[in-house]
Structure formats: C-alpha cells, structure tokens
Design a protein around this ligand. Structure first.
Ligand code: DP6
Length: 331
C-alpha cells in the first residue's frame, strides 16, 4: 500500500513544560501554554502492514526503536491491530536544535499511523498517544493555542489559530546543528537541582496568569510571563550538577537586543527552549524592525517569521501537496 503523509507544525511553549511528574508515563510536572508555529513542519510518511518490526527514519537516519516503542504499542492497542509501521520523517527546519522538532515529529507520526489504519481515533486520544513519545507533542496535534497541564495525559485547545491574527513569533536560528543535550536528559538532570522545587512552585502561579493574558490578548503581560517562565526554567537547568547551559554568545546577543528594543517601546519578548535559538513574541507591525535589529546584532542568523498555525494535515502518498486536508475530529 502507498501510505499516508501527515504534516504537523511545532508547538512553541510560551510557558514551559520542564520536568516530569511520572517519568515512565511521561506526564509533565509543570503546566505549559503553547502556540503552534505556521510554516515550520515535520512531514511523515507511514505505511502499516505485516512487517517484522517498526522502523522509523528522521531526515534519512534510522532511529533507535526504544524511543518509539511505547507510542507504536499504544497505537496498536487503540487501533486493535497487530500491524507494524514503517515511517519516514523529515523536517523543513533544524532538527533537535531547540525548535520543538520532537513535538511536530511525534504529532505527525501518531496522526499518520492512526490514519493508515482507517480507524476513528479522537484527537484527544492522539494527544495522549503523542505525549508518550514527547509531552510537547501532546500539544502539537492541535493547531492554535494549547495547554498541557501538570499531571495531565492530554493537551487541550485554549484558542483557535485565528484567535489572535496579529501575533507573530520571530524565530532566530542562531545555530543549525543539533543540541548536545536533549530536553529529556536536561529535565532529568534539572530535577535534582536545589532550585527545581522552586521552579515547580513558581510555574503554578505563572500558568493561569498567562492563560488570562492570552485570552485578553495582552502581549506585554504574556511576554513578561513568558520571559519569567523561560528564565526560571533555565535557572533550574543552570543550577543542575553538572550545570546545563543551552545558550551561545549569539543567544545572549539576541537577548540583549530584545532588551534594547523593549526600552525603546518595541514589544519584543524573547523565549528560549532546550537549545540556543531565540524566539520572539511580538505583533505583526513590529516584525520588520525586530528582524532588522536581530540581523544587525547577529549577522548570519536565519530568521523565520511565523504566525499561529493550524493543526496537522494529511494526504494519501501519491497525491499532490495541494491535496492536504485538515485532520478532523475522529477522522
Ligand atoms: C523546553 O517534549 O521534548 O521545549 O517529553 O521528554 O520528549 P520529552 O520532552 P519535550 O520537552 C520540551 C521542553 C521545552 C518546553 C516545552 O515545549 O514546553
């Protein structure tokens, strides 16, 4: 059979998931609030059948089966099938570099696998299954603005992609290479930091305020809380043993540039994940001035301006790209 091709966009955390309540089940310890990034995507082609084993490649490189075993087992149980999956996945943006490629990767994978079986699985179940692979992927099976609460098995939609049409994320790609330490290992090590309990505690307060700021489209407040969540997450990482530093001199130069812009009255609110890239929350009117300032302070960086994106889309392998269709509830 020819298979299914599914595309999903990465879920950028405005408020961070960093730490696990249950490591075996991959349940988050902090509540996260995210926006799906339009224009960046993972595309995954899946065939299912009577194969001897599951196989997956990412950008042409065969992946270790352990990371995917739980997701494939969960899919088989949901689909009531013993079939194995063969998946080929690729990203149109840097992989494992702090741009949430595991969120879009697992989201595209579970959606494509479910569609190959032709069985109806709710998006909530897809979110729960994607979470097993990567908790941020639980958010990426939806478009728009999403939340995955501490202790939750699945994410939920907070607002549709068109809720805040003026919002933009300027993605500054400072390094294209893979990061040295995965989010998973980074959060495991951070959880032994003496600052980790304080991180968990403070994120309880930040999350509901951020949801309220989002609902009011209050960018200064959302941006302020986004920065708090970001720097407190990185403080937990920096205070680990051995310490974890995801930033490079370029990251710092861009952080300082955002500070200069805010002092001039430009709403540029930076956030960093488990990598050196800087993502800036802002409004559409400011993207040109922000992009120019970032390029000036850091020549050579790649800039992608992204708006809130929609949920996963799919087509049959062999169909044209313009035949992509949205993933509907219980498709
Ligand atoms: C910093 O979802 O990649 O991007 O569940 O272990 O696969 P695992 O971690 P992952 O972590 C993402 C961490 C983050 C913040 C976020 O996306 O909320």
């Amino acid at each position: 059979m020819s298979g299914i091709i599914c595309r999903a966009s990465p879920s950028l955390a405005v408020i961070k998931y960093w730490g696990k309540q249950d490591r075996d089940l991959n349940i988050p310890a902090t509540s996260s609030l995210a926006v799906t990034l339009d224009g960046l995507f993972t595309e995954t082609k899946v065939k299912s059948g009577n194969f001897t084993e599951d196989r997956i490649t990412v950008n042409g490189v065969r992946q270790q089966p352990e990371r995917y075993a739980g997701v494939f087992a969960c899919l088989r149980s949901l689909l009531g099938s013993e079939n194995r999956f063969e998946a080929e996945s690729s990203n149109n943006f840097p992989t494992s570099a702090g741009l949430a490629s595991s969120s879009s990767g697992f989201a595209a994978l579970v959606c494509a696998c479910a569609l190959t079986a032709g069985r109806k699985i709710s998006v909530k179940q897809l979110s729960e299954t994607a979470r097993i692979g990567s908790a941020s992927a639980a958010r990426a099976v939806y478009g728009g603005f999403t939340a995955l609460e501490a202790g939750a098995c699945f994410a939920e939609t907070i607002a549709a992609a068109d809720f805040w049409p003026e919002l933009r994320v300027v993605v500054a790609v400072t390094e294209e290479a893979q990061k040295a330490l995965s989010s998973r290992d980074g959060m495991l090590r951070s959880s032994a930091s003496p600052y980790y309990p304080a991180w968990l505690d403070s994120s309880k307060d930040i999350f509901p305020r951020a949801v309220a700021a989002l609902k009011h489209k209050d960018l200064p407040e959302l941006g302020r809380l986004c920065r708090l969540s970001t720097y407190r997450m990185h403080a937990a990482a920096l205070s680990a043993d051995p310490p974890i530093l995801y930033w490079t001199p370029r990251t710092l130069a861009l952080i300082q540039e955002c500070g200069r812009m805010r002092r001039k009255g430009i709403g540029a609110w930076e956030t960093m994940d488990a990598g050196p890239q800087v993502k800036i929350l802002c409004l559409s009117d400011d993207t040109a001035v922000i992009s120019n300032a970032l390029r000036r302070s850091c020549p050579g960086i790649r800039i992608i301006v992204s708006r809130p994106g929609g949920g996963p889309q799919w087509r049959y392998a062999g169909e044209n790209e313009d035949e992509m269709r949205p993933l509907r509830e219980a498709e």
